[in-house]
Write a protein that binds this ligand. Sequence first.
Ligand code: AMP
Length: 384
Amino acid sequence: MSIPLPPNSTIGIVGGGQLGRRAARAAARRGSRCHARPPAPEAPASQVAAATTLGSYDDPAVLRAFASQVDVITFEFENINAEGLDLLAKLRPVRPSPAALRISQFRLAEKSFLNGIGVPTAPWAAVDSVEALQAAVRRIGMPAVLKTARLGYDGKGQVTISSEDEIPEAFATLNPKPLILEGFIDFTCEISVIVARGSDGQMSAFDTMENAHRDHILNLTYAPARVTAEVAAAAQNIARRVAEGLDLVGLLAVEMFVTSDGRVLANEIAPRPHNSGHWTIDACPASQFEMHIRAVAGLPLPPATRHSDAVMKNLVGPEELALWPQIVATPGLIAHHYGKHEARPGRKMGHVTRLFPLGGLPGPFGIADALGPLGAAVPEGKQD
Ligand code: AMP
């Protein structure tokens, strides 16, 4: 691969969801084509990509055929086969590396890695038996959160333990093993930072943003986060440290908790574009997807500035998608639909961004008002 990747090159994207869809559009702006590698036909990314290869994620013949048609490879979600990515990495540059993917796929490796580079997390323990869980609960205390170490997302694969009686059932319900027990963090808010890092080590990080979940699914992102300058800076510092520690080439999101005494604890890392960065499409000269494609293609990374403050609201499941006609009819709402055919409960179907002048992010009543038909989804709390 020549660095930087010239126009008319092809970027292979493993995965086919809305993140790949946006990445393909950002690549097209740079004159590159994207070749998607989704798990099923009719994927959101395939609808806008120049080409698609279907077939099993770990079939060597399919992987070789895919690699032969692209110049560089990236991925847009974590639940892919890391061995398949290893095979691809022998044929073409894979950015971020399979090693970075492996750490993000396995919560135990993720927490060890974070603590190993000096990034604080919730207290945690690896759990592979009821006895180990009992010992971990005694050490960490209750309430505590028991999670699968692999394949969990949007709160799937986790239960809260509040009494010792719940231990056997909690252990039995969650699979696959091993599990991880984490101390319950009584956070004041959740925040995230998205940072791009090039092969020369240059980094560009978007401002710290704040995330509000509903039923464990991201509901709203506020940019910038409504936190102190110290908290915002600590989060930036953590994200940069993680990107360096992974020797990342590409894009990385770090999700964090802010505690009532102002500590910032890392929860999860994702070496790919992230839902909490969707507002950057409309509020920044270079969105997270532009940064991702630039980092993967070896192009220089511009500063991650924004021209507006923003609130992003996810459209989740059939109920919120039913508001689509009102949403597109509301001035000021920038509506994105992912082209998914079936609106299952809990499925992310699109999102809406509302921009505000820099420094002009209103309080919850103002935001609810500005989101029009979606205003009821804004939680009270921090006041106007
Ligand atoms: P995760 O799958 O680790 O991203 O967790 C999904 C959501 O569950 C987080 O965004 C938090 O809202 C909540 N959560 C996860 N871990 C903890 C924890 N240790 N303490 C409190 N809340 C948590």
